[in-house]
Design a protein around this ligand. Structure first.
Ligand code: 7PJ
Length: 278
């Protein structure tokens, strides 16, 4: 397995599982007295996540929650870029990631110095793969069935683990053909993206089927609705359930865990590293 991820001017050691902290910059997350204050508040939160032990900060300007509406590229750039620029200055050692599918946003983010491009559509939008290939950034390839507006209507698979793996293999191959070496790739089964509770269960239980390959696996389980279904808790009270999910994923080979509650997740992953003897 590849244990050193190349992220433009930085590298990330994945011999032990690390945490990617979630930093949403959608209007509902840091909305208050205007764009400048919103960006400052987002940067302050990002710095807190870094203090808590996040190795990567994932900045997202377009909600991909089930039913979410799309955002124009210019608007997404206005939300994300000031936060990328300020955070890079304030914390130059941390890998900054941007959660986007749009080539325009990718190019701006690369220019501002991000190290990782995280795309829930796995760089299938026109021009996205070319924009990503032209950077030195790492890419996270995620599986999704359908699109965020309708993906939870009726997800359907014959064999979810096989189908997700085949999709990720095909996207990794497309990346290689575009000149992106495997040292720049992460794969992600896309928990909750066009998946029923049972599909999520199979993917988590059989995560080794993905993690046994050469590419490191990233998982996003934090606060998702299936954690709510299992625990009966609203999004703000899903820390314990999310940490339990993170531990299972890490024991099954995940190398990057995307999380809102960074401090708790970092502690839990330390325990996993300890029991695995690394
Ligand atoms: C994921 C993501 C995920 C990756 C979101 C949420 C929805 N990126 N972006 N994997 N989820 N790579 O956090 O509830 O699972 S947004």
């Amino acid at each position: 397995m590849i244990t050193t991820l190349r992220c433009a001017d930085k590298t990330l050691d994945l011999t032990r599982p690390v945490v990617m902290g979630v930093l949403n910059v959608t209007p509902d997350s840091f909305s208050d007295g205007g764009r400048f204050l919103a960006a400052e508040a987002a940067v302050a939160h990002g710095l807190r996540l870094i203090e808590e032990g996040a190795s990567i900060i994932d900045i997202g300007g377009e909600s991909t929650r089930p039913g979410a509406a799309p955002v124009e590229p210019d608007e997404e750039i206005r939300r994300v870029l000031p936060v990328v620029e300020r955070l890079r200055k304030a914390a130059p050692h941390v890998v900054i990631s941007v959660d986007t599918s749009k080539p325009e946003v990718i190019r701006e983010a690369v220019g501002a110095g991000v190290g990782l491009l995280n795309d829930v559509r796995a760089f299938q939008e026109p021009g996205a793969l070319e924009a990503a290939a032209a950077s030195g950034c790492a890419l996270c390839l995620m599986h999704m069935q359908g699109d965020p507006r309708t993906m939870q209507d009726a997800p359907s698979y014959v064999d979810v683990v096989k189908e997700v793996k085949a999709f990720l293999d095909a996207r990794a191959q497309a990346c290689r053909l575009a000149g992106i070496p495997p040292e720049r790739l992460l794969i992600d089964p896309g928990f909750g993206f066009g998946k029923t509770l049972e599909h999520n269960r199979e993917l988590l239980r059989d995560l080794r089927m993905l993690a046994a390959g050469e590419l490191p696996v990233l998982v996003g389980l934090s606060r998702k609705s299936f954690v709510g279904k299992l625990t009966g808790r609203p999004a703000t009270e899903r820390l314990q359930g999310s940490v339990a999910m993170a531990v299972i994923a890490a024991l099954n080979g995940a190398r990057v865990v995307r999380a809102h509650d960074v401090a708790a997740t970092v502690d839990a992953l330390r325990i996993v590293s300890w029991v695995e003897g690394s």
